[in-house]
Ligand binder design. Sequence first.
Ligand code: SF4
Length: 248
Amino acid sequence: MTERGSDPGSPGLAAASDTALAELAQRSAALEGQPAESILAWVFERWAGLRIGLSSAFGPEGCALIHLARAVRPDVPIYTIDTGYLFAETLAVREAFRAQGADIRVVEPLVTLRAQAERHGPDLFARDPDACCEIRKVEPMRRVLDRLDVWITAIRRDQASTRAGTPILGTARRADGGLVIKVAPLVAWTRKDTWRYLLDHDVPYNPLLDAGYTSIGCEPCTARPPGDDERGGRWSGTGKTECGIHHL
Ligand code: SF4
């Protein structure tokens, strides 16, 4: 399934905003130290009546998360944003999960690459990557959040200093101001944990990760990292470290 416009069958709900933030923080603290599988099982049971979805860009953690979540809920919707700049290898991983029966929902930006070039000139990513990410990643992610009450994401605390304080249960804000519960079951995982899981469970992953890449996004903004910084190959040399979806 590929989605570009709004989904009239999925009106935004305010259900998540009714959840007390204090209870969420308390629950989050109680889940610390629990295995990712247990966190996911608890989430699917606790919020069984709400719309739960996962997002993935098919990085190593995203692939592990899909496998973990589908072990609990095989039909969990998996939202992924196709910016138009993805590596062919990333698209192949996406299709590998689809072939396994995963409910992959591709969301595209409202603005085509051609329209973006006409409005902003060619290669906006090279001149203003924040503006490019806003159009091609953040705006589509806002539309994903509009149709979810619970968003499960694969970020890890040790990926970057900006992610170090990520709680297991937090919130993200939708365009309408409502809150979505944001679940990060892998926050305590290390890179080694991720790879152990992928290899132990024979999970599909991007072959570029065997070719020196450690974090993979859009092709124009992704390189092999120059040093040990796992995300150092993303927007290399620009000072930019995040696309913005985890600031929603
Ligand atoms: Fe544009 Fe690069 Fe952001 Fe992709 S990662 S949306 S190409 S700036």
